[in-house]
Design a protein around this ligand. Structure first.
Ligand code: ZN
Length: 127
């Protein structure tokens, strides 16, 4: 009976403030309330006001609630912190190779070379 009153007593704190500054604050307040309730619960248990069963089941309820709040915080953090979609990687402009031509001797090569394989002069990409 005491436990039920205890749990019911928690509820009003769960009701969000009329205008929460941020969803985080609301969740933080709920989290704080749950921690406080867990502390109170432990305190009452130590005083012998609660049976083991009452203590365990209430604690489990509170921890479940806490897990839910923490999950919501995580969800919000992900929703707010991370961009909705990862920025698309800039499309690589791939110029189809038409061959690499030595500007000096005009020799053609299938791959880019720093230096011409024919005359040994610096190469550049053929346009
Ligand atoms: Zn060359």
């Amino acid at each position: 009976m005491a436990v039920i009153a205890f749990i019911l007593g928690v509820r009003p704190k769960d009701i969000p403030e009329p205008e929460p500054v941020s969803p985080f604050q609301h969740l933080d307040e709920r989290k704080a309330a749950i921690y406080e309730n867990l502390r109170d619960l432990q305190f009452e248990y130590r005083l012998g006001k609660l049976s083991d069963d009452d203590y365990q089941s209430t604690k489990k309820d509170l921890q479940k609630e806490l897990a839910r709040v923490l999950a919501e915080v995580d969800k919000l953090k992900i929703a707010q912190g991370a961009p909705a979609a990862p920025p698309a990687a800039p499309a690589k402009v791939v110029v189809p190779p038409t061959g690499f031509v030595c500007p000096s001797c005009g020799a053609k090569f299938p791959t880019a070379l720093k230096f011409c394989g024919e005359c040994g002069k610096p190469m550049r990409l053929a346009q």
